[in-house]
Ligand binder design. Sequence first.
Ligand SMILES: Cc1cc2nc3c(=O)[nH]c(=O)nc-3n(C[C@H](O)[C@H](O)[C@H](O)COP(=O)(O)OP(=O)(O)OC[C@H]3O[C@@H](n4cnc5c(N)ncnc54)[C@H](O)[C@@H]3O)c2cc1C
Length: 373
Amino acid sequence: MASVRDVLIIGGGVIGLTSAYFLAKRGLRVTVVEAGEFGQESSWAGAGIISPGHPRRARSPLGRLRALSASMFAELSAELREQTGLDNGYWPCGGLELRRSHDALERARIETILREEQGEGATCELLEGEQLRHKEPALAETLPGAIYFPEMAQIRNPWHIRALIAACNQLHVELRAYSPVSDLVTDKHCITAAWTPQERLIADKYVICAGAWADRLLQNLGLSLGIRPMRGQIALLRTSKLILHHIIMGGEEYLVPRRDGHILIGSTVEDVGFDKRTTARAIAHLLETAIQWVPALREAELVRAWAGLRPGSPDSRPFIGRVPGYDNLYIAAGHFRSGITLSPGTALLVSELILGLVPSVPLEPFRIERLAT
Ligand SMILES: Cc1cc2nc3c(=O)[nH]c(=O)nc-3n(C[C@H](O)[C@H](O)[C@H](O)COP(=O)(O)OP(=O)(O)OC[C@H]3O[C@@H](n4cnc5c(N)ncnc54)[C@H](O)[C@@H]3O)c2cc1C
């Protein structure tokens, strides 16, 4: 008996929704099941930084995927706006990786990043003190310099999710919220159904896009990839006038200015399990860092703070590919700190996998077999 749907996607974050959109555009009948509400986990919590690359010059596997993906964002954003009337906040504002002190170690850190990024073909240049303050006058005078990335961009995550949901609806993707998949039914080398508390869902092909929860589903099949939640905390400020015009980064921390005066301050990387609480220590550290870099933020309004669970993978590379031992089960999960950046490229690869097409970047480095136990 033919299935009513070609593909069942499990998990409705940015990876699942973008994959569904790309598959539906190719004419496939797609259902996405989401444990809670669509896009309310890591994909909502993230800062929306899109790190640039150079599709032809990138040399590492992740660099190639990043470059492909980042290069798709302008067009995807325009397409979503045209189809749904919804703006995802795409803004190629550029970014600055700060040299935070005159310390020799800090100079070495910046030189390493510059070398690595230039090696990946990313457009970037070193700015010294005065050049830096010319670009971003609100930065503290004590900051000695920065690497400037003119092609760095941002989206506003909740807006992007909203646009993706609307675009999926227009293409008749079936979106089922509050439908956690508890089990996958197997028959030899095939998945024959997925169980939610409400029903048994049947499809020709199944794709696990369950973010930090992906290993829980795989464990039922006797597999473990080591995907685990990595908490990231964020604070949100508001200023009455625009103080910053670029994304400001310095190691793990960053500031992302929005065009309406909001400024995100991120983030921590914490291995604390499925715990989305914010802590006084982490938020105090983020606020102190922000004020140190941009003294004028001392008077900014503190709007709120939150945390999200990034899907960490053991080698910081996502898993994209067919699940070994099963002919019709695929995974796209474990995007750690760059799942927003990597989402269009991942969705393209998922659609190519499902349709049996040649992948746009080599899939070998993202295969499950590299780490599965
Ligand atoms: C603080 C923070 C800052 C970040 N900043 C950036 C950034 O600037 N740039 C960037 O590129 N990335 C950033 N990231 C990372 C990025 O947000 C993630 O890599 C990305 O959102 C992962 O998307 P996902 O769809 O795989 O996961 P999620 O968004 O977590 O989606 C997975 C979904 O699967 C659902 N699910 C789980 N189990 C089941 C089940 N059994 N059945 C059905 N549904 C299920 C969950 O409910 C969830 O909605 C940041 C993350 C955080 C937390």
